[in-house]
Design a protein around this ligand. Structure first.
Ligand code: SF4
Length: 475
């Protein structure tokens, strides 16, 4: 019911401190009545319709402004499986309208002072400043199309507030020196292995320390998830600090779900103070998949692409988002997550390009059970010249039980376990563990040979004890 779209629950409220004139209030009402039914507008006051093929990105329950997230599955949203993914629709329409290039720009976070207010007044003001003649008359445009003039002089200044300078270009890291052990290892050309450890649910660190000590000699980096599945547990920052104190190189994961722009920047600076230099930015699972009572929504302040952009500028330009100078720039090796099979390779490559442009230097993928299934995606990345700009680590896991295999295959978006593997595991009976380890070793060996893959990221899902064995057998 498009007519009622603006009234749905994700609509931002008027900012309590915004005082609107009578004219603005009228314009807001008119805009709400027209843009709601036409574009599904939520009146965020920071309109991106020009960039999003005229579909409101606020349809996305995570409010992602540079989407989609890795949860899109067959074009549907995992938060509300009956709903088409807003960003999938945007991508499709942008492609139909030949506006894909518009999707590459790293779009700014919401300026919350504008939430709930109109944007047309500003468009009219900018058009008047630019002058109708300059827009309409070919002789005054100096070889540019009317669309170009509108984009440069009207829409871009509105879309890009003073404190943001997002664009669609690649920015190579300004620092040549490796920022962390993991970056050094990847830069050396060696096949690199990282491992993921799920933080403990209590304050005790004994088991965590045991796992770190067990894994450290075999891997180049240890990731600590940040409230995965939206379940509260020990923070990734605390686990990373424990790992750093034990001489391991931690990868601190930071989810957009639990962080706003301020906490992100504070975390990055704080992480450096405790010897944590690898930060992986991700959207984070929706609170809707976590335990009840559910939090009503995500923080919806920054998305993973914006996080990368903000952190890259802190490192390379030495500035906070608000423009304050950072006297001692943080050392940061920036990572992102991706689900190579979430959408068709073309669209996934577009998403990766945006993350790389924003600042991603390494990418860890969702679980891969058939290395050859990565080929179309890798070919697309290669075609777009992206493989030279990023290190890709393919996600793998040793399956601990048949139940887990079915769960991953049936319920996790973007994860597919080939039938052949399911058959081998179900035939294994009492030898299930050995068969699962053998399969993981085979998978790792095949990935070692794959062009474009710099390493693997092992997600043992609680079965950390077999990781050393798998790595040794795969060599
Ligand atoms: S799949 Fe992700 S990006 Fe798409 S609508 Fe759902 S939450 Fe938003």
């Amino acid at each position: 019911m498009a007519l009622f779209t603006p009234l749905r629950r994700w609509q931002p409220a008027f900012h309590p401190f915004v005082r609107l004139s009578a004219g603005s209030r009228l314009l807001t009402l008119v805009e709400r009545v027209i843009k709601g039914p036409l574009f599904g507008c939520r009146m965020c006051g920071n309109c991106l319709l020009q960039e999003t093929a005229f579909i409101c990105h606020m349809e996305c329950p995570k409010g992602i402004r540079n989407g989609p997230c890795g949860g899109v599955h067959d074009g549907y949203c995992y938060v509300d499986p009956k709903r088409r993914c807003a960003w999938h629709l945007i991508n499709e329409r942008a492609r139909r309208l030949h506006r894909e290039h518009k999707l590459l720009e790293v779009l700014p976070p919401v300026d919350w002072d504008r939430a709930g207010t109109e944007t047309w007044g500003e468009v009219v003001k900018k058009v008047r400043e630019t002058g109708l003649r300059n827009i309409m008359m070919p002789s005054a445009r100096k070889g540019k199309s009317a669309g170009d003039v509108l984009e440069e002089e009207v829409f871009r200044p509105i879309r890009q507030p003073l404190w943001w300078s997002g664009d669609s270009e690649y920015h190579a890291p300004a620092v040549a020196e490796p920022q962390s052990h993991l970056e050094r290892e990847l830069g050396s050309g060696r096949f690199v292995i990282t491992v993921e450890v799920t933080p403990p649910v209590s304050a005790a660190t004994g088991k965590l320390e045991e796992k770190i000590k067990l894994l450290k000699p075999f891997v180049s980096g240890i990731n600590f998830t940040d409230g995965s599945s939206a379940v509260p547990r020990m923070s990734s920052a605390a686990c990373s600090a424990v790992a750093a104190s034990l001489g391991a190189d931690p990868v601190m994961q930071v989810s957009a779900r639990d962080n706003n722009r301020n906490s992100l920047q504070s975390q990055a600076v704080g992480a450096n103070a405790i010897g944590v230099y690898n930060i992986l930015c991700l959207s984070g699972d929706s609170p809707r998949v976590g335990p009840k009572p559910h939090s009503s929504m995500n923080i919806l302040d920054v998305d993973s692409v914006q996080m990368l952009w903000i952190l890259r500028r802190m490192r390379d330009e030495g500035i906070y988002l608000d423009g304050r100078e950072l006297k001692n720039r943080p050392h940061l090796f920036l990572g992102a997550a991706t689900a190579p099979f979430a959408q068709e390779p073309y669209m996934q490559a577009l998403r990766i390009r945006k993350k790389i442009n924003a600042g991603a230097q390494f990418i860890q993928t969702n679980l891969v059970f058939d290395p050859d299934s990565l080929d179309p995606w890798l070919e697309q990345l290669d075609k777009e010249g992206l493989l030279d700009k990023v290190f890709i680590l393919a996600g793998i896991t040793p399956l601990r039980s048949m139940r887990l295999a079915h769960y991953l295959n049936d319920h996790i978006p973007g994860v597919t376990i080939p039938e052949e593997i399911m058959k081998r595991l179900s035939r294994a009976g009492d030898g299930f563990a050995e068969e699962s380890i053998a399969l993981t070793v085979e998978n790792l060996r095949r990935l070692r040979k794959k062009q474009g893959i710099s390493g693997v990221h092992i997600m043992p899902l609680g079965w950390e004890t077999v990781v050393p064995l798998i790595i040794e057998k795969s060599e």
